[in-house]
Ligand binder design. Structure first.
Ligand code: AMP
Ligand code: GLY
Length: 420
């Protein structure tokens, strides 16, 4: 089959890399891609967020399946446009993508489906929101309902800080319309785990678990980022965790989405907090995680192309479950100095080949571009370096050995990813 992948980050490089290795896939195209993706796929300079441009590209390249990496094209209706054009697409419709696009909607689905999550209040009046804080205790969690580029969640130590967060979102409209509704919720304490399910509307296949490291600096300090590293499987999980996630979260949510007339097709990302009372869902995303995907896919033994096509065409039930190698994988993100704040781009990257030649390592490009004969930085997160091993310590050593080979001006990475 011929696969078209939309997006241009580390997650999409890992998807293209795994599809390129799949026996069922003869050709991979990616739009817009990046310098690393160009080594495993044909890249096309098409705007992944423009539904009609994507439909014509899918026709041009004769795609048998389109795999949508990031959430923005989904929320813009790219999957709807492809479905209308008769092209199988791995990714939800805009209506189903509201599981990520609206926190209130996600909460409503969870409550209807009986999924364990933080208790919450939601509303559109700043005055009522301030009053609603009385129903909660510090630390207060205040969230803009809509998408706010990862900045719409505030964890506030005091009631005064929480009231300021409400005013910033609802009165000052710091995130525009995304903050016209806020969700206030119970604070959940415990380690976080990400679980991804491939869904075909009714049936799911759960991928191996991962943990990501969201803070910019060692010891989980500094600002929240898109993710500075990951490890798969997430450490210290009970044996039955994935089965529990399927039975108590993914299957009920799929049934609820189908009952609402918006069946869910694509990757469903459930973020959990492992509280003392048991796992609680923190959020859903309508895509795979980044950088967790770069730690999960190197462990996949099954054919990714067949699995994604089966999900896109409602045939997952006809297929066997997914197999994973019994290994560990650790991913270290190499970022531009200053990220997630301001940073410079256009810095030459060296050592990529040496890093990729480390046995067990894979180098995924996140923000890179080709500049003549050189590869230069082009984003905040620049590369994700993954290492596999039969123990976490070995996987970690491999990832850092490969990462040590790579240099660019201002390179910043965490030294404590997956440290035991
Ligand atoms: P989100 O933007 O929804 O991914 O949230 C960003 C981060 O905020 C999450 O990964 C958590 O670390 C934290 N967070 C969000 N909601 C809660 C909550 N109810 N309790 C504790 N931490 C939370
Ligand atoms: N790594 C977190 C995310 O992809 O949302």
């Amino acid at each position: 089959m011929r696969a078209l992948v939309l997006g241009g980050g580390g997650r999409e490089h890992a998807l293209c890399w795994a599809l390129d290795q799949a026996a069922s896939v003869s050709h991979v195209v990616c739009a817009p891609g990046n310098a690393g993706i160009a080594e495993v796929a044909e890249v096309r300079a098409v705007d992944a967020g423009d539904p009609s441009a994507v439909v014509s590209l899918a026709g041009d390249v004769d795609a048998d399946v389109v795999v949508v990496g990031p959430e923005a094209p989904l929320i813009a209706g790219v999957a709807d446009a492809l479905t209308d054009a008769g092209v199988p697409v791995f990714g939800p419709t805009a209506a189903a993508a509201r599981l990520e696009g609206s926190k209130e909607f996600a909460k409503d689905v969870m409550v209807s489906a009986g999924v364990a999550t933080a208790s919450y209040w939601s509303g559109t009046s700043a005055e009522e929101a301030r009053e609603a804080l009385s129903g909660f205790a510090a630390p207060y969690v205040v969230k803009a309902d809509g998408l706010a580029a990862g900045k719409g969640v505030r964890i506030c130590g005091s009631r005064q800080e929480a009231e300021e967060a409400i005013d910033q979102m609802m009165v000052d409209r710091a995130f525009g319309a995304a903050g016209d509704r806020v969700v206030i919720e119970e604070f959940l304490a415990g380690p976080e785990v990400s679980v991804f399910a491939l869904c075909d509307g009714t049936t799911t296949r759960i991928l191996e678990t991962a943990r990501d490291y969201k803070r910019a600096l060692d010891g989980d300090s500094g600002l929240n980022t898109g993710g500075m590293g990951a490890v798969s499987p997430a450490p210290d999980l009970p044996e039955a965790f994935r089965a529990q996630v399927r039975e108590e979260v993914i299957d009920p949510v799929l049934a609820e989405m189908a009952a609402r007339g918006t069946p869910y097709v694509g990757a469903l990302y459930a973020g959990f907090v492992l509280t003392a009372q048991g796992p609680r869902v923190l959020e859903f995303n309508v895509r795979l995680g980044d950088p967790e995907t770069q730690a999960v896919l190197p462990r996949l033994a099954s054919d990714l192309g067949e699995a994604l096509l089966a999900a896109a065409t409602g045939r997952l039930a006809d297929r066997p479950g997914l197999d994973f190698y019994d290994t560990h994988c650790v991913t270290v993100v190499l970022a531009s100095g200053g990220y997630p704040g301001e940073y410079r781009t256009g810095k030459e990257i060296t050592g990529l080949e040496e890093a990729a030649s480390v046995p067990g390592a894979a180098v995924f490009h996140a923000g890179t571009r080709r500049d003549g004969g050189r590869i230069v930085t082009a984003g905040g997160r620049v590369l994700a370096v993954s290492g596999r091993g039969s123990t976490v310590a070995q996987a970690r050593a491999t990832a850092y050995q490969a990462a040590d080979a790579i240099h660019f001006e201002g390179l910043h990475r965490r030294e404590d990813i997956a440290e035991l």
